[in-house]
Design a protein around this ligand. Sequence first.
Ligand SMILES: [Zn+2]
Length: 117
Amino acid sequence: MGLVSKILGIIIAISGIAVLWFGSSDPVWSFGYYIVGLILMSVGLTLVTSRQSTKEKKPPPPTVTEIRCDDPECTFKEIRDFQKGDYILKPMESECPKCQSPMTIHGVYVIREEEPE
Ligand SMILES: [Zn+2]
């Protein structure tokens, strides 16, 4: 599919250039041809470039870090975005907002689907 859309994009872009080129000779329609040519060119170039960029720039899956309070009596649990350097059982510098006990990272998860609210 990637190659087909690429070829299609090149054809559309070339036809856009052709419209720009041949349309300019007619003063009445030149502006309309100019717009159509520009649209065709941009659509064609988008088709050519978009496939490549999506393959190269694959966004990393969203990752969250689960932080829990060290106090077994306390049920405080926080889920926040994964930050560089997070690992399981890493002691947190911040204290529990509930009981001021130290907190530890209990899990690092990759979210595959969006969680329902
Ligand atoms: Zn706590």
